[in-house]
Every structure is written in structure tokens, then in C-alpha cells.
Design a protein around this ligand. Structure first.
Ligand SMILES: [Zn+2]
Ligand SMILES: [Zn+2]
Length: 149
């Protein structure tokens, strides 16, 4: 039995990867490191079992930047697209930037993480669970409205 796969890659096309479904989770991350790494207000990540992510082209262009002592971010050395993330915090997982994926994922985003450190210039109006705190994934105190208090 063959499991469904999806392909993805960077802006210039040098680096191509393939993921084998199912994914484990999908979430919007608001943390400052993701924001800076991607130049974006949020980054939507797909959690994958490590052995379900394969670089199919341009391995030599994939640069791994150690964004912290226990984590790396994988980007294309030619065009700069940031595509991958892995950390000792999530052993055995590689996180794939959903925006770099071609075609549809097997699930919709499930949550917002690091929501309490989000930027003030992006309005989030969906009904997904909002998590934050030290780990970025803890329940946040219920908020009465859109203001940050
Ligand atoms: Zn590229
Ligand atoms: Zn993040």
C-alpha cells in the first residue's frame, strides 16, 4: 500500500522535498523567531515524523541554520526560502512550512501557538484554540475580546 505524498519546495525551485502523509499536526506559530526567520507575521507549520520528510532535489542548496543550541532551520541557500525546522524539543519530528507545500495537506491548521506574543498588526478572527505561555503551547487565560489587556 502506498501512502499519499505531497511535494514542496523553495521559491527558486532549487530545493524540493517530499512528505509522506499522514501529517501529525498543523499549527500557526506566532513566536518571534519564526517571524524573523520567515519575514512574516505568522508561520504555519506542519508537524511530520522525521522519516516522512525527504529532500528529493537540491540537498546541496539546503542550508541548516542553528537558530538555537538545540534547533535548526532549513532554508534554500540560493533564494532564502525557509522551509524546515527541527528541535530537540520535538524529537523525531521535522516541521515543514505549509506555505512551501504544493497542493493540499491532509488536515487544516488546528491551533495558534505562542499566541500571547503575536504581533499587534494582524487580526486573528478564527475559532482555533489559542495557546501560549513559556512553552508556547499552554492554555491561555480566557480573553474577553480582541484586545491584549
Ligand atoms: Zn531556492
Ligand atoms: Zn515559532
Amino acid at each position: 500500500m502506498t501512502e499519499p505524498t505531497r511535494e514542496g519546495g523553495c521559491l527558486c525551485g532549487a530545493v524540493r522535498f517530499e512528505i509522506t502523509l499522514p501529517s501529525k499536526w498543523c499549527a500557526h506559530c506566532h513566536c518571534s523567531m519564526c517571524r524573523r526567520a520567515h519575514g512574516a507575521g505568522i508561520v504555519t507549520w506542519v508537524g511530520m515524523q522525521e522519516d516522512r520528510v525527504r529532500i528529493v532535489q537540491g540537498q546541496e542548496h539546503l542550508v541548516r541554520y542553528a537558530s538555537s543550541p538545540q534547533a535548526w532551520r532549513g532554508f534554500c541557500g540560493r533564494c532564502g526560502s525557509t522551509m524546515l525546522f527541527a528541535s530537540e524539543r520535538w524529537p523525531g519530528e521535522v516541521h515543514v512550512a505549509l506555505a512551501c507545500l504544493d497542493g493540499e495537506l491532509d488536515r487544516a491548521p488546528m491551533a495558534h501557538v505562542y499566541y500571547d506574543v503575536r504581533v499587534p498588526w494582524l487580526d486573528v478572527v478564527d475559532h482555533l484554540v489559542k495557546l501560549g505561555g513559556e512553552s508556547g503551547t499552554q492554555p491561555l487565560p480566557a480573553s474577553g475580546g480582541p484586545d491584549r489587556g
